[in-house]
Design a protein around this ligand. Structure first.
Ligand SMILES: Nc1nc2c(ncn2[C@@H]2O[C@H](COP(=O)(O)OP(=O)(O)O)[C@@H](O)[C@H]2O)c(=O)[nH]1
Ligand SMILES: [Mg+2]
Length: 657
């Protein structure tokens, strides 16, 4: 168990840790000279079957960022209040920090009782106790026991030590101990699959060992030999390192687990490439973000409401970064209230679902709010839509399985399981507790609720019907064009699945590449079939310039209307396409023209009217008409004067059928 000190400067935190453990944590020359703590101090106590790590924090108000870094992973707070001074500003601020970080256990040491006049002692202690009780009352730490101690005389020290060891035994002995050791993790999230995360609070070089990082393991386990990532890393890439050696709770070890303070000796990274604020984590978890959606609670003692857009200092894990806060479900956050918000950061950090942090004001003089991470992959656009707010409400649910079930309900385009697992700190999508009826696609990388599939099917069928109504003489769109018409935000894998699902169920049909409603592809009447047999040869013989309806009618001596009707039926069967009014090209001819267009795009100035004209030997006007046709059916896409093939398009590639 990790115990963190808290309290005003000079109230005796460092002295008390020394009295409890025998370890002097103020080791820097400057700390010795000035008699104050500047850096985090660490000490361990192994006794009576318990292992307690102490993180001693500086009390100076200007060093609150250091106190915050040290308080990540603290399970039990040791609030120190000097009997002579009583409650002071950093007593209050540190308590606020602990409460906002979600630290749920504490003990209070009333120190320096030897300094009180024996005659006035009882009265003064009663007064300080009342003051402290009043301070704790509105916080989750209200029930913390008080111990009167003196490091100078040793009074009360043994009782406090025994109490802390007992608390450690209780906590480390409980089955969920490792999973809940991190203050930011919900007890309900103690399921398997949580991979290693360790917020780094120190990095240094040790002669003969190399780069060493330290921190309290937030989740998972680490073993000697493991490959880890250092996140957020620079340039969007997390660096890979290997664990050469481990100290857990101050002793050499082969492994370390959640709740333990560890030092990791790392191979593959120089000292100046890693710093406080970084995380050592399982490679599958590495992430870097500048936008985090959170639940934000404004401290009740704040004097003013928090406005959307306010600049803030964000402390998450051991990181400390500036940014601003955007309120998502209101414009103003009143003291004591909580809201959904987005943190927009000036530099990337790593954070995972459930992590807790605090906000300080822009000048970093006041702790103002606590935050709990809901989504480290927060969107910039559509961040306040009802759909997005529903997703965030789902993210706020305490149990992982319930949370994912709700998230899936609010994911009309499917849930990205790789990202969801990463956000949850799980070692891959296989560890996500998804509801049994979830439809898994793309090897489990995408999950879809049955209702979402139904919703997409309705959109697709509606779009197809509208297409047939608008273009009765066309067979139908290809799958990509239908996606653009029906659900442009759907991913390709999802869309393929949907189209296959609709084909399998008979809701739609396919002719060649073209999709259509089953009733749309025309059956030719006997008369039409007879005429079609006479139309096909001249159309094919016409090559890149097939005859017009009028010419065909004259040559075959049949009424124009009948030729027009028969060609429209052939078009509805995907055998031919009307390129301009009354000019039909057989699909086989279009396949050859498409091959030429592909060839044009691959060379010179690309696919434009001049190049296509030269390559086909057609006139300029017809070349342009054909290119416009290609655009219309989604084979190409026009950008200024060029026609770009839609990437990966299979249209007119000669599937035959
Ligand atoms: N008389 C007396 N002095 C104490 C006691 N605890 C701490 N001090 C003194 O108070 C000063 C500040 O203590 P320190 O542990 O550095 O306080 P911190 O800033 O909270 O870490 C030092 O000079 C200590 O010797 C105590 O129990 N009795
Ligand atoms: Mg100190």
């Amino acid at each position: 168990m990790i115990i963190g000190t808290a309290g005003h400067i000079d109230h005796g935190k460092t002295t008390l840790v020394r009295a409890l453990t025998g370890v002097e944590t103020d080791r820097l020359p400057e700390e010795k000279r000035r008699g104050i703590s500047i850096e985090l101090g660490y000490a361990y106590l192994h006794a009576d079957g318990a292992s307690v790590g102490f993180v001693d924090v500086p009390g100076h108000e200007r060093l609150l960022h250091t106190m915050l870094a040290g308080s990540t992973g603290v399970r039990h707070a040791l609030l120190v209040v000097a009997a002579d001074d009583g409650v002071m500003p950093q007593t209050r601020e540190h308590l606020a920090v602990l409460a906002l970080l979600g630290v749920a256990q504490a003990s209070v040491a009333i120190t320096k009782i030897d300094r009180l006049e024996p005659a006035a002692r009882a009265a003064r202690l009663a007064q300080v106790h009342a003051e402290v009780r009043a301070l704790l009352a509105p916080t989750p730490l209200a029930g913390a026991p008080l111990f009167d101690v003196s490091a100078a005389s040793g009074d009360g020290i043994d009782a406090l030590r025994a109490h802390l060891l007992a608390a450690a035994r209780m906590q480390d002995g409980s089955p969920d101990a490792s999973a809940v050791a991190h203050a930011g993790l919900d007890a309900a999230d103690s399921s398997a699959g949580q991979a290693l995360r360790l917020p780094i609070d120190r990095a240094f070089t040790l002669a003969g060992v190399g780069t060493v990082v330290t921190g309290t393991i937030a989740s998972g386990r680490v073993r000697v030999g493991d490959e880890l990532a250092l996140a957020p890393g620079s340039g969007g890439a997390a660096r890979r390192v290997r664990v050469r050696g481990i100290h857990a709770q101050g002793q050499p070890a082969q492994a370390g687990h959640a709740g333990q303070r560890c030092a990791l000796a790392l191979a593959g990274v120089a000292r100046d490439e890693v710093q406080r604020g970084d995380w050592a984590c399982a490679p599958a978890l590495a992430l870097a973000t500048t936008r985090i959606d959170v639940q934000c609670s404004l401290w009740p003692d704040e004097e003013r409401a928090l406005r959307s857009g306010t600049p803030v200092h964000v402390h998450l894990g051991t990181a400390d970064v500036v940014g601003s806060i955007v309120l998502l479900d209101r414009d103003l956050l009143e003291p004591g209230a909580s809201a959904l918000a987005q943190l927009v950061l000036h530099a990337p950090i790593s954070a995972w679902h459930g992590d807790r942090g605090v906000l300080r004001d822009a000048s970093a003089t006041r702790t103002t709010a606590g935050v709990r991470v809901l989504d480290p992959f927060a969107p910039q656009r559509w961040r306040k839509t009802p759909e997005r707010l529903a997703q965030l409400a789902a993210q706020a649910l305490p149990h992982r399985a319930g949370r994912l079930a709700q998230l899936l309900q609010h994911a009309p385009m499917g849930l990205d399981c790789v990202q969801a697992a990463r956000a949850e700190g799980l070692d891959g999508p296989a560890h996500l507790p998804l509801p049994p009826d979830a439809i898994l696609l793309d090897g489990g990388a995408l999950a879809l609720a049955p209702a979402a599939l139904q919703g997409l099917a309705t959109l697709a069928l509606g779009a197809l019907q509208a297409f047939h109504t608008a273009s009765p003489d066309e067979i139908g769109p290809d799958a990509r064009r239908l996606k653009r018409l029906a659900a442009p935000r759907a991913g390709d894998v999802l869309w393929q699945h949907l189209v296959q699902h609709l084909l399998d169920s008979g809701a739609i049909a396919r002719t060649g590449h073209w999709l259509h409603l089953p009733g749309h592809a025309a059956r030719l009447s006997a008369a039409e079939e007879q005429l079609a047999q006479r139309l096909r040869p001249p159309l094919l013989a016409g090559n890149f310039d097939p005859p017009w309806v009028r010419t065909l009618a004259a040559d075959l001596a049949v009424p124009e209307a009948l030729v027009r009707q028969t060609l429209a039926s052939l078009a509805r069967r995907g055998e031919a396409f009307q390129v301009v009014k009354d000019l039909y090209y057989p699909t086989a001819t279009l396949e050859r023209l498409a091959a030429i267009a592909r060839g044009c795009e691959a060379q010179g100035d690309g696919l434009n009217a001049a190049a296509f004209r030269d390559a086909t030997g057609l006139g300029r006007k017809r070349a342009i008409q054909l290119l416009e046709f290609f655009n219309r059916v989604g084979f190409t896409r026009r950008v200024k004067d060029a026609h770009l093939l839609r990437p990966g398009t299979a249209l007119f590639a000669g599937v035959g059928g």
